[in-house]
Design a protein around this ligand. Sequence first.
Ligand code: AP5
Length: 184
Amino acid sequence: MIKRLIFLGPPGAGKGTQAKVLAAKWDIPHISTGDILRQATRDKTPLGQKAEGFMARGELVPDDLILDMIRERLQEEDAQKGWILDGFPRNVHQAEFLEELLAELHQKADYAISLEAPDDVLVERLTHRGRTDDAEETVRRRLQVYQEQTAPVKAFYQEHDRLKVINGDRPPEAVTIAIAETIA
Ligand code: AP5
């Protein structure tokens, strides 16, 4: 069965960790908007140069930079066999855009999986990771942005009856099993 999944959840909840494992297991692409933006920043592309400051401050990159990027990525050949979206959609406008785009592509997301853990666990994980946006002050801003802009995306998928909430505060292997069981 083709799998099309959206991984939601606050910074540090384990979206990237779980998406990597499950995308490899199911042989589908792991599409992380954060990874695409970080690569663009390293390559100093026009997209990377515009996104860099927003990322460093823990703010969302403006939608007009993100939406074309997703439109192009979901039309690539490997994305026709399924996908895991990690870090997108990040606000309700992006979620509405995705619904319209998928309808155009004759596709539908199966589930939005929201990985969750308490803030103190998230801060502890991220401040020990050491990415450039993992300084404690930036992490706290990212958590605030999550609450203000991304948490409402959960309600969007709840209304469409496609939200699954998973406890991310346990060993990674246990989280992987829980996600696989939830969507089986
Ligand atoms: P993005 O790259 O998406 O970062 P994020 O959402 O803040 O997520 P993280 O990568 O920090 O956390 P994660 O949940 O993936 O956890 P991970 O598995 O890495 O976005 C970065 C920036 O890009 C944004 O701030 C924004 O500026 C921009 N951006 C991206 N997408 C955008 C969009 N759609 N619109 C606008 N702007 C956008 O794990 C974290 C750490 O915890 C790791 O060290 C890991 O080893 C550890 N860990 C994971 N799971 C466990 C576990 N179960 N137990 C113990 N440790 C664990």
